[in-house]
Design a protein around this ligand. Structure first.
Ligand SMILES: [Ca+2]
Ligand SMILES: [Ca+2]
Ligand SMILES: [Ca+2]
Ligand SMILES: [Ca+2]
Ligand SMILES: [Zn+2]
Length: 694
């Protein structure tokens, strides 16, 4: 077996907002063929407060105390079998690996988890008593080889886009271990896995094809990437998790019999001893599957790791190994699969709701190797196809079915999906000019949408800095550590044909940004869609020094009034579009804060606006800071009615004073700290930052 060199790793952290608490799911980890730009990235788990990284660890400890030592001591012969489905996400290249290569990988999993004698998995560790079975029955009870193949460019996988793979094909994760094989993973990552207790729709493992198994396209691999990733999926941390620490049982990987390790081992140095707080002081266990040593070095799980795996399978993943599930998936010994499963027709498209005129890409995902296809697309062009993966255009609004007859030498099968494609006439967008300055303190509003696919850090109203006071929107990439994830600010659909001239049709906006490190570069991309959001193209993009408007700093960037830049993008070529969509996309690299303000789309001709102009009212708040009352100096000199609202530092309305009758605001009952006081009168606005003492 050939080792594949240094293998840095990649760790994705997925934060879910639940009832106001941050729960952080470690998504670990990966082997890569070549060093990534951040070889220390997997030290992530030692860089972050253990209270966050190990948020789910108390649940494991509870499982361990509840269920052990039953699997080890009193039931030593019990085996747990995990049904597996392998989704081959390919684009017609060599990444469409053979069934033989897939079957070898499943065999390697069983060699490693079973410490099978005579195989490379026979090391000094233990048989975990976990076995893996390529599913023989699919979720509908149909005979299957446990392999799904889908032809899509998504084979070049962005870990930030985990949901994209699940949208293509995903079997009930409570009953199957979903394994995805792809051509590439961005950042030279070799694979990654979800951790127990992660959200069910994130469950599974992703591995690059050339590390999947030890034959075919993975002939240079030992197939241990999957062993390591499934270790994570079963609840194991890296042996070097959180470094040496102090206590060797209740810290690090929470496994007593794996010696603590300071940092990933990339070579098979049996004398490596990076921590001396273990007693006796043993060398690092470089042969452990949960370190980063080469495939031909690793060959063991310890009894302590077996305990954690057993606890996972007795607890959070108990259904998947239950007798009833083995019967449902054909993985119990009673089920005998026919030599040839009949073909089972299946297909999918990722765009089932489109505007008229949009192309829809249909992907065959029939089981058991279809060799010919007969498609029917009522309402579509073409209306029939014999391609495996046809593209169909729908010109007329309506709800349409799609049908596939998939065949091979063994027979044929039909799948018809009724009302599968919904084609609508595009709504005419908002008239120009379009302007948003975020200064009403409501966000998102004015038809703006926010997409935050990882539910982590996203675009928010910003009260600390603005181009037009008092508000802008910002995204805090200092905290946005799911590297590569996108966050979108989507403008409402616009009718550009409503412009009077069009020749000077422009998108203008102001942005502010600073870097936190010369190596980290967040990105701002502006994209435009003419087909109701089905496809977007870039019209503006900046990153790194081109994006920066302030000095590099490791502290949160808060721009002053001189640190805003204006961007102007010509939209002349879109002037006939009646439903144009524009979105601002932040791609985080863990840099620093990015701000946006005063987004305008107009034809350069000034228009009379009924919106309040941001002109100051001649008012003052005295005193500031204030305690129970504050005087509105100048109120009595202003003849028109003045309305007043008070917001907190997050832009949330705290009190609406309505029309002021006296030149004084009663602050009793408002929280201490920063208050934003906003006055409005006959199209004029004044906003003040008032500090209320406690
Ligand atoms: Ca340990
Ligand atoms: Ca040691
Ligand atoms: Ca986000
Ligand atoms: Ca503003
Ligand atoms: Zn890992």
């Amino acid at each position: 077996m050939i080792s594949s060199g240094a293998r840095p790793c990649f760790l994705i952290v997925f934060i879910v907002m639940t009832y106001g608490f941050n729960i952080l799911w470690p998504y670990q980890c990966a082997f890569a063929q070549t060093p990534t730009k951040r070889p220390g990235l997997c030290l992530f788990d030692s860089l972050y407060p253990s209270a966050k990284l190990y948020a789910v660890e108390p649940k494991f400890q509870k499982l361990l105390s509840t269920h052990l030592p039953i699997p080890l001591k009193s039931d030593p012969e019990a085996f747990s079998t995990i049904p597996v489905v392998v989704h081959i996400i390919h684009n017609g290249g060599t990444e469409n690996i053979s069934n033989a290569q897939i079957e070898r990988q499943i065999a390697i999993l069983n060699e490693d988890f079973g410490k099978l004698s005579g195989t490379p998995g026979e090391g000094k560790g233990v048989d975990t008593h976990v076995r893996f079975c390529l599913a023989k029955l699919d979720p509908f009870g149909r005979c299957t080889d446990g392999i799904v193949r889908i032809n899509t460019p998504l084979t070049n996988h962005q870990p930030a886009d985990r949901s994209a793979l699940k949208n293509l094909s995903f079997w009930n994760p409570a009953r199957y271990l979903n394994i995805y094989v792809v051509r590439t993973i961005s950042g030279e990552v070799g694979g990654y896995a979800s951790f127990p207790y992660a959200p069910p729709d994130e469950d599974g493992v992703v591995v690059r094809h050339h590390l999947f198994g030890d034959s075919g396209t993975a002939a240079a691999s030992g197939g241990r990437t999957l062993t390591h990733e499934v270790g994570h999926w079963l609840g194991l941390y890296h042996t070097f998790s959180a470094g040496c620490g102090q206590d060797t049982c209740t810290e690090g990987d929470f496994v007593c019999d794996t010696p603590p390790v300071a940092a990933p081992n990339y070579s098979c140095n049996l004398n490596s001893n990076s921590c001396s707080n273990d007693l006796p002081n043993l060398p690092d266990q470089v042969r452990n599957y949960m370190d980063y040593t080469p495939d031909d070095c690793k060959n063991m799980f310890t009894p302590g790791q077996k305990n954690r795996i057993a606890a996972t399978l007795k607890g959070v993943r108990s259904l998947i190994v239950s007798a009833s599930n083995l019967a449902l998936t054909g993985c119990d010994s009673a089920y005998v699969r026919p030599l040839m499963c009949p073909v089972a027709a299946d297909f999918i498209t990722l765009t089932t709701q489109v505007c008229s005129g949009t192309k829809v890409y249909f992907m065959d995902r029939s089981l058991n190797t279809a060799t010919s296809w007969e498609w029917s697309f009522p309402g579509g062009t073409p209306a029939f196809s014999i391609l495996p993966n046809p593209t169909v255009t729908y010109d007329t609004p309506g709800s349409f079915s799609a049908e596939l007859i998939a065949s091979n030498g063994n027979g044929s099968d039909t799948l018809q999906l009724n009302n599968y494609i919904l084609v609508s006439k595009p709504q005419i967008g908002l008239h120009l000019p379009f302007m948003v300055n975020f200064d009403d303190g409501a966000f998102p509003s004015q038809g703006i949408g926010v997409n935050n696919p990882d539910f982590n850090i996203g675009w928010e109203l910003d009260t600390l800095a603005a181009h037009s006071l008092p508000y802008s929107v910002s995204i805090d990439n200092l905290q946005n550590l799911n590297y590569g994830t996108r966050d979108e600010l989507v403008l409402p659909a616009l009718d550009l044909s409503s412009t009077r001239v069009g020749n000077n049709l422009m998108l203008n906006f102001w942005w502010a940004y600073a870097r936190s490190d010369p190596n980290y570069s967040d990105q701002l991309i502006v994209q435009i869609s003419k087909d109701c959001g089905a496809n977007y193209s870039n019209i503006w993009s900046k990153s790194g020094d081109d994006l920066a408007t302030g000095p590099t700093q490791t502290t949160p960037f808060v721009p002053n009034s001189t640190q805003w830049n204006k961007a102007s993008v010509r939209l002349f070529q879109y002037k006939t579009e009646q439903h144009l969509q524009i979105r601002f996309v932040n791609v985080t690299d863990g840099g620093n804060r990015l701000y946006l303000d005063d987004i305008q789309i107009n034809d350069g001709i000034p228009t009379a606006s009924k919106e309040p102009q941001n002109l100051n009212l001649p008012l003052q708040l005295i005193p500031n800071p204030a305690q129970e009352q504050v005087f509105v100096h100048g109120k009595d000199n202003w003849r028109e009615p003045i309305y007043c609202k008070v917001y907190d530092g997050f832009g949330r309305l705290l009190r609406d004073f309505g029309m002021l009758t006296a030149p004084v605001l009663d602050l009793i009952g408002l929280p201490a700290g920063l208050l934003l006081v906003r006055f409005e009168s006959t199209g004029r606005i004044a906003t003040f930052r008032l500090i209320k003492g406690s």
